[in-house]
Design a protein around this ligand. Structure first.
Ligand SMILES: Cc1cc2nc3c(=O)[nH]c(=O)nc-3n(C[C@H](O)[C@H](O)[C@H](O)COP(=O)(O)O)c2cc1C
Length: 230
């Protein structure tokens, strides 16, 4: 058996202590994916996006780019007032109960508004599970990305008590409409989905305690098939 002197252990222990924060930061940043800087200007007017928005349920077999995913996250929950940390969608009393997740073939990611980055939440492609929880709706498995609005109602309830739940529903509406209009402006296609089994969806998503799923938005490129929007 190798015997270490107190002095050796002391030095290596000190080195470990010194480098531990650096190592932990490196591990943490590996789990974070910085997103490209979002744009606050685009080629399509708001009126054109509103007029063109339609629910689309079939998509071409092509992934979204990181640029597109970042822009979409920003439109729903991105920070638009850095001084106060306020976001693209309004929030009752700035209590920010919403959590935005993105499920792709590479796993599930949580959007971090402050860093404009994605944090890995799950390793697996859960889109088949989303489809099952979503009453078999094929868009949930076929879309290259599914945006998921979840919320922790307690954050809003601490200030507003019983009214919190209705406020959260309103916020989901605000944020998801931003997302749907940004999708149109980027020439992408989507449908909002409210028909799913809550418990099954929460299980598939492995949501942390206190969070519940509210709305799903599968997103893709429009299919070339002109009769695909059925
Ligand atoms: C709260 C809500 C829930 C919805 N849930 C579903 C759904 O589960 N599946 C689906 O295919 N479409 C769903 N839709 C989309 C509607 O079917 C669609 O908005 C409607 O047919 C009108 O078409 P448009 O979005 O193109 O204007 C939902 C829409 C809303 C507002």
């Amino acid at each position: 058996m190798k015997v270490y002197s107190n002095r050796t252990i002391g030095i290596s222990g000190t080195l470990l202590l010194l480098f531990a924060p650096v190592m932990l930061a490196a591990i943490a940043s590996a789990a974070l994916q910085a997103l490209p800087q979002p744009r606050s200007q685009g080629g399509q007017s708001l009126e054109e996006s509103i007029a063109a928005r339609r629910s689309v349920r079939r998509y071409a077999d092509a992934p979204l780019t990181q640029d597109e995913i970042g822009q979409l996250c920003w439109s729903a929950q991105g920070i638009t007032d850095t001084r106060r940390g306020f976001r693209a969608a309004p929030s009752a009393g700035a209590t920010f109960p919403l959590e935005l997740y993105v499920a792709t073939e590479d796993g599930v990611f949580r959007y971090l508004p402050e860093q404009h980055a994605l944090e890995r939440h799950l390793e697996d492609d859960i889109r088949r599970g989303l489809r099952r929880a979503g009453l078999g709706q094929s868009m949930l498995e076929e879309a290259p990305a599914v945006f998921i609005f979840a919320a922790d109602v307690r954050r809003t309830a601490r200030r507003y008590g019983e009214r919190a739940e209705r406020y959260v529903w309103m916020e989901v509406g605000h944020a998801s409409q931003n997302l749907l209009l940004q999708i149109v402006a980027l020439d992408l296609a989507a449908v909002p989905i409210g028909a799913f089994r809550d418990d099954d969806l929460a299980r598939v998503l492995r949501l942390p305690d206190g969070q519940q799923p509210f709305y799903l938005v599968p997103v893709g490129r429009p299919s070339a098939n002109p009769n695909a929007n059925m």
